[in-house]
Design a protein around this ligand. Structure first.
Ligand SMILES: [Zn+2]
Length: 393
């Protein structure tokens, strides 16, 4: 859910909340950034901050026994904030080394299978919603910061090429809003109808035309980030990086230009994922220039590169088999073997392969015996929790 920029905002908000709570309740916060219900808590806390003249009704404690009540309230708040939901492992069966699909979309056009119509896109979202998939941001995917509810499966939506039908804005009552029928507007609409599904997607842009409609390129990119979406690099000229003749200088120019464009539009934003045009990675000797390079005096660093087409399995970033510069993406289509709907069907038949969340970002829950497939370096300060599925007899 969180872009670099949003993290900053959350941090600020967190700071404001800390001060408020310290004054009111003499209680700290800020350690609990990874709690599953963080989103809701942030929403609740936002209100008093925004209208800071209006006191919280909870503040109006009778003065004589204020101390007592404050203590009581203190406990309550601490409990609410720190106690993660316990789940029944035998029912939820979390599998946090299971597959997380990454989907590749382009535009909303009647030009299957690289593009989808609005009708088809809504059908995709509806299926995801009903079958327990929940979109997560690229940031959270890469950081293994997965906050989808217990029992649900994260899915990552990506859109390449910065197309007009993916995102355009129009001016409405002096405000810029997504144009009806674009991918962004459809996702916004869907999230209003199904708030628990939410909206998360990452847009991979090139250096030429970047979306369309009202507003400047900067305004478009900022609108996306301000509204919770992510941005990534798809090279300046949509270059086939795997062709012979491609040099390290070409790669640095292709990545560096778009990298700089995004960072200029949104100062402080972290761009660290790329989708290879045509799904083509550079030759092995040149791959280091995806990870790190320099163009025009500016440095860039990329954590992850996505290919496309018939591929999989969708190992999550925490899995030892996750290969950061060669990550699979499924085409968002019903068409062929190993397109998205092929995998939907596969996971219906093999639900044990899917990532199933334990609902907690501070814990990684896996079946006993799976430890060897976990990249322990990436575990960070999360708790590793292993469990056994008890026999049903
Ligand atoms: Zn492309």
């Amino acid at each position: 859910m969180v872009s670099g920029l949003h993290k900053g905002i959350i941090k600020k908000l967190g700071g404001a909340i800390c001060i408020m709570l310290l004054v009111l309740l003499v209680v700290g916060c800020g350690e609990e950034r990874n709690q599953p219900q963080e989103k809701e808590q942030m929403e609740e806390h936002k209100q008093p901050e925004e209208q800071d003249v209006k006191p919280d009704p909870n503040d109006e404690l009778p003065e004589d026994d204020a101390e007592n009540d404050t203590e009581k309230q203190d406990d309550q708040v601490v409990e609410e904030v720190t106690k993660p939901k316990e789940i029944d492992y035998q029912v939820v069966k979390p599998n946090e080394l299971g597959h997380i699909m990454v989907i590749m979309y382009h535009g909303i056009l009647d030009n299957y299978p690289y593009h989808v119509t609005e009708e088809q896109f809504l059908k995709d979202l509806q299926y995801m919603y009903e079958k327990g998939y929940r979109p997560i941001s690229m940031r959270d995917y890469l950081d293994n910061h997965i906050t989808v509810e217990a029992g649900y499966t994260p899915i990552v939506l990506t859109f390449d090429d910065g197309l007009e039908s993916t995102f355009s804005m129009v001016e409405e009552n002096g405000e810029l809003v997504p144009k009806t029928g674009t991918a962004v507007e459809i996702m916004e609409r869907f999230a209003k109808d199904y708030p628990e599904f939410g909206k998360e997607a990452t847009f991979y842009i090139n250096g030429g035309k970047i979306f369309d409609g009202a507003g400047t390129v900067e305004e478009r990119l900022n609108w996306l980030v301000d509204n919770g979406y992510g941005l990534g690099n798809h090279t300046a000229t949509h270059k086939h990086l795997g062709k012979s003749g491609v040099t390290s200088r070409d790669i640095m120019a292709e990545l560096g230009k778009v990298d700089q464009l995004i960072k200029n539009a949104i100062p402080g934003y972290t761009v660290d994922s790329i989708t290879y045009p045509f799904g083509a990675r550079p030759k092995e000797a040149l791959r280091a220039f995806i990870k790190e390079g320099e163009f025009d005096g500016n440095l860039y660093q990329y954590q992850v590169g996505f290919r496309e087409g018939a591929s999989g399995p969708y190992y999550p970033p925490l899995h030892t088999k996750f290969s950061p510069l060669n990550v699979a993406r499924a085409r968002g289509s019903e068409g062929e073997a190993q397109d998205m709907w092929w995998f939907f069907d596969y996971y219906e038949k093999h639900p044990e392969k899917k990532y199933i969340s334990d609902g907690r970002a501070d814990r990684v829950s896996i079946l006993e015996g799976m430890e060897e497939y976990m990249n322990k370096e990436k575990l960070g300060d999360k708790e590793l929790f292993t469990y056994k599925i008890e026999s049903e007899e």
